[in-house]
Design a protein around this ligand. Structure first.
Ligand code: BGC
Length: 361
C-alpha cells in the first residue's frame, strides 16, 4: 500500500470515513476522493511548466455533501436522463427515482456520486475504487459490482470502468469532472476552445430528453446533422462563440448540454479543448458511442470552491462520455444493456499537452 491516502472526512451521523488518494506520476498530479469516486484536483503543467489545477472541486466533505452538481464524480448507474423515470427490459417495467422533473437524472436520488467507494488497490499513479450496488437500488435490476480505475499514464488521466451484474440490467457510467483549462479558479470558460469530432447530435425536447424529429422529407430522425447550426463544433472555436445564438436546441438547454454522436473506430479523439491563457490543451478519447458536452450552464449556486474560488455559471465544462441519453427507452440507440454475468469494460482518457492553438497538430 502506498502512503498516499489521507482521511478527508466522515459521512454524517458517524458514517463511513472518506479518504483522499493522491496520485502522482511526476507529470500529472490528481486527488481522488472515495466519496463519489470524485476527482478533486488535477494538476497539469502549463506552457511554462507551472502546475495548473484544471478541475473544479471543494475543500471539505461538507461542501461535497451540500452541492448537487455531481462535482468530479463517477455517475451511475445511468448517467444522463431516462424519460419518465422508467424503462422496460424483457417485458418488465422498472420504475426509477424521478429527480429531474418527471425524469431520472444521473442514477437517481442516491447515485454513485453520493456513495462512499472502497479503495481496493492504491498505487503511486493509480487507484481502483469499487462499489456494490444491490438489486433494486434506485429501481435498477440486479446486483451490480462496479470498479473504476483512475490511472496516470504519462500525460494522460485514464479512467477504466468495469462492471458485472447477476441479472440483465442497463448501465451507463461516466465521470462528471468540470474542466477549466485556465485553472479551476479562473472564472468563465466561454473564451476556451472546444472541438467535437462529431457530425451528428441527438436533438432534445422538454426536460432535455432526446426526441425524434422530422427531416425535410417527413422522415423521423433520431439524430440530426450538425451542419449549418451552432451544434457544429468540428472546427475548434471558443465555447462562447455561438452558445448564445437564437437556436431552439440551445434555448431548451440554456446553452450546450447535448449528446454528440461519436464516429466509431475513427481513431480520432472524441473532443479537444484549449486555453490560450495557459496553453493547456486536452484531448478526450473513449470507446463509448456518445459524449455530453455540458457548458456548465447551471453551475452557479454551489458552495465556494477550493481556496474559496467562486464557481458561477459556465466556470467549468464537462465532457461526459456515455451511451446516449434515454437509451433504455430507445431501441434505435446503441444498447446500454449489460447481460447477466457479462463483463462491462470501457475506457475514457483525458490527455494534456501544451499548444499555441488548438488547430496546431
Ligand atoms: C447534465 C445537465 C445537468 C448537470 C447537473 C449534466 O451532466 O447534462 O443537464 O444540469 O449534469 O449538474
Amino acid at each position: 500500500m502506498e502512503n498516499n491516502t489521507a482521511a478527508f472526512g466522515r459521512m454524517p451521523d458517524g458514517g463511513a470515513q472518506v479518504d483522499q488518494i493522491t496520485l502522482d506520476n511526476g507529470w500529472l498530479r490528481c486527488q481522488v476522493l472515495t466519496y463519489g469516486g470524485a476527482v478533486r484536483s488535477l494538476e497539469v503543467p502549463d506552457r511554462d511548466g507551472r502546475p495548473v489545477d484544471v478541475v473544479l472541486g471543494f475543500d471539505t466533505l461538507e461542501d461535497y455533501l451540500a452541492q448537487d452538481k455531481y462535482m468530479g464524480a463517477i455517475v451511475g448507474r445511468y448517467a444522463n436522463r431516462i424519460a419518465g423515470a422508467r424503462f422496460t427490459l424483457h417485458d418488465k417495467e422498472y420504475v426509477l427515482c424521478a429527480n429531474d422533473g418527471p425524469n431520472s437524472l444521473h442514477g437517481g436520488a442516491v447515485g454513485f456520486d453520493k456513495r462512499v467507494w472502497t479503495a481496493e488497490e492504491v498505487k503511486q499513479d493509480a487507484v481502483t475504487l469499487s462499489l456494490a450496488s444491490p438489486d433494486g437500488e434506485e429501481g435498477y435490476p440486479g446486483n451490480l459490482e462496479v470498479r473504476v480505475t483512475y490511472q496516470l499514464y504519462q500525460d494522460t488521466l485514464r479512467i477504466l470502468y468495469w462492471a458485472r451484474c447477476d441479472q440483465d440490467t442497463v448501465f451507463n457510467p461516466t465521470n462528471h469532472s468540470y474542466f477549466n483549462l485556465s485553472g479551476h479558479a479562473s472564472g468563465r470558460v466561454e473564451d476556451q476552445h472546444i472541438r467535437l469530432f462529431s457530425d451528428h447530435y441527438t436533438p432534445i425536447g422538454p426536460g432535455l430528453i432526446p426526441v425524434r424529429t422530422a427531416d425535410g422529407d417527413g422522415c423521423e430522425m433520431p439524430v440530426l446533422p450538425v451542419d449549418g447550426t451552432p451544434m457544429d463544433l468540428r472546427r475548434a472555436q471558443p465555447i462562447g462563440a455561438r452558445i448564445g445564438e437564437d437556436f431552439p436546441q440551445l434555448a431548451l438547454a440554456g446553452g450546450y448540454d447535448h449528446n454528440w454522436v461519436l464516429r466509431p473506430n475513427s481513431g480520432l479523439p472524441a473532443a479537444m479543448a484549449f486555453s490560450k491563457n495557459t496553453g493547456i490543451a486536452m484531448s478526450v478519447h473513449t470507446d463509448m458511442p456518445g459524449i455530453q458536452f455540458y457548458a456548465g450552464n447551471f453551475l452557479g449556486g454551489c458552495p465556494a470552491g477550493k481556496g474559496g474560488a467562486a464557481y458561477g455559471d459556465r466556470c467549468g465544462f464537462c465532457l461526459e462520455t456515455q451511451f446516449f441519453p434515454d437509451s433504455p427507452n430507445r431501441p434505435d440507440f446503441p444498447s446500454c444493456v449489460l447481460r447477466a454475468g457479462e463483463e462491462f469494460h470501457s475506457q475514457t482518457s483525458y490527455r494534456f499537452f501544451c499548444r499555441d492553438s488548438i488547430d496546431t497538430p
